[in-house]
Design a binder for this molecule. Structure first.
Ligand code: ADP
Ligand code: ASP
Ligand code: MG
Length: 403
């Protein structure tokens, strides 16, 4: 007998028929003699709809109230799913994040799980019930509801699997695994049988939203066996694990992230300490700076450009403008119409020329590169947002169809 955590995303429970389908997957596992804990997301576009509803009333609502609203989506789906399982005739109970013992820090909208008290879940499992837990939510030290950031139900599932020492954690979604690129953009993307935690973490952090990046981080830290699979077709998915033999895997995936923006500080005084001042100011403001580009100083002035998550652009600019004297720039420019396109692969560290091949693909597609950054297992470029899909296709074609 195994303990299995199964997570179902919004598209898997989008309507009554899909809820019944998911209920069958769960009860089949239960009837085979296994203990099952289920994490469920809000149905279909519910979370987006809630965001729109809020914006109709208040463009800048408090993050606390936003979390109260957003967490309601998961509460709807958990109860509907429990009703579907009741109908099949299996014992089941649904629990909110706090009922399931999930405590988080107090960063509303982007909370991190701190502890999970599994007492209640264990009690229900001991009573032979299937336990359904609302994903994406927890409770903070003020007894307020918090949410974990968009896509956070994956993280709820992995955290529960770790806390319960589950035998495996299965993430069911609308694709049957992790592909070499988003199969919605690249029609001939290939499904991967397995992928290493490190590569998956990079892909997820660089825009492949098939898994929430925090969920991969936790899976790595607590050694959780993770599988991404389809809730519509019963076929093997992609296993995320420690993959040792990386020699041949030059590039495992191409991805794009549209949620980025760039900020340029034009005409910064060309003296020591400017970068220090700018980036410590941004760090204090909790702005996540990613790529940084500094031009060579000429005539006592230089330009510094950097990228930030799109949702932090306004705060970054406000902060810089408030401290314009300290920053010492003549002008602050920003650009929202950009995208980050990346290749990821653990094998590239020992293979020179990978970046050049990516740049060649972009050149052949006549796409201009604005910024570049590299690490041992990834190369990222910032380009025009309008070119992002074309770039992903061209790069994918170069690495996967012309080798
Ligand atoms: P869920 O609602 O189940 O959490 P998501 O929409 O969050 O589903 O994630 C699944 C989607 O991730 C897929 O529909 C696919 O378009 C997208 N995706 C992006 N990159 C990849 C990739 N490399 N492999 C598979 N899917 C990807
Ligand atoms: N419902 C939340 C969202 O749409 C959480 C999730 O789906 O994982 O972001
Ligand atoms: Mg998701």
């Amino acid at each position: 007998m195994s303990l299995i955590v199964k997570k179902f995303g919004g598209s898997s429970v989008a309507n009554a028929e899909k809820v019944m389908n998911v209920a069958t997957i769960i009860t089949d596992e239960y009837k085979a003699g296994n203990s099952v804990v289920v994490v469920v997301s809000a149905q279909g576009d519910t979370t987006d709809d809630f965001l729109e509803k809020a914006a109709e009333i208040n463009k800048k609502p408090s993050k606390r109230e936003m979390d109260v609203l957003l967490s309601a989506g998961e509460q709807i789906s958990m109860s509907l799913l429990a009703m579907a399982i009741e109908k099949i005739g299996c014992p089941v109970i649904s629990l909110t994040g706090w009922q399931a013992g999930v405590t988080t820090n107090s960063v509303y909208g982007m909370a991190r799980i701190k502890t999970i008290n599994t007492e209640r879940i264990k009690k229900e499992l001991d009573s032979n019930r299937i336990v359904i837990v609302a994903g994406f939510q927890g409770i903070n030290k003020y007894d307020d509801i918090t949410t974990l950031g968009r896509g956070g139900s994956d993280t709820s599932a992995v955290a529960l699997a770790a806390a319960l020492h589950a035998d495996k954690c299965e993430i069911y979604t609308d694709v049957d695994g992790v592909y070499t690129a988003d199969p919605r953009i690249v029609k001939d993307a290939q499904k991967l049988d397995d992928i290493s935690y490190d590569e998956m973490l990079e892909l997820a952090s660089l825009g492949a939203n098939v898994l929430h990046n925090r969920s991969v981080e936790l899976a790595l830290k607590y050694d959780v066996k993770l599988e991404v699979k389809s809730s519509f077709e019963r076929v093997p998915g992609t296993t995320v694990k420690e993959v040792k033999n990386v020699e041949k895997m030059l590039v495992r995936g191409v991805t794009r992230d549209n949620d980025v923006a760039t900020v340029s500080l034009v005409g910064v005084e060309n003296t020591p300490g400017k970068a220090f001042k700018v980036f410590s100011l941004l760090a204090k403001g909790n702005i996540n700076v990613d790529m940084i580009l500094q031009s060579i100083g000429r005539e006592n002035s230089k330009d510094i450009t950097f990228s930030v998550p799109l949702n932090q652009l306004e705060s970054a600019i406000e902060l810089l403008e408030e401290n314009l004297e300290l920053v010492g720039a003549q002008k602050i420019d920003s650009e929202k119409e950009v995208s980050k396109v990346s290749i990821v692969g653990a094998g590239m560290v020992s293979n020179p020329g990978v970046a050049a091949k990516m740049f060649e693909a972009l050149y052949n597609a006549q796409i201009n590169i604005m910024m570049i950054s590299t690490s041992e297992i990834k190369v990222s470029v910032i380009i025009d947002k309008a070119d992002a899909e074309k770039a992903v296709k061209a790069i994918h074609d170069k690495f996967f169809n012309h080798e």
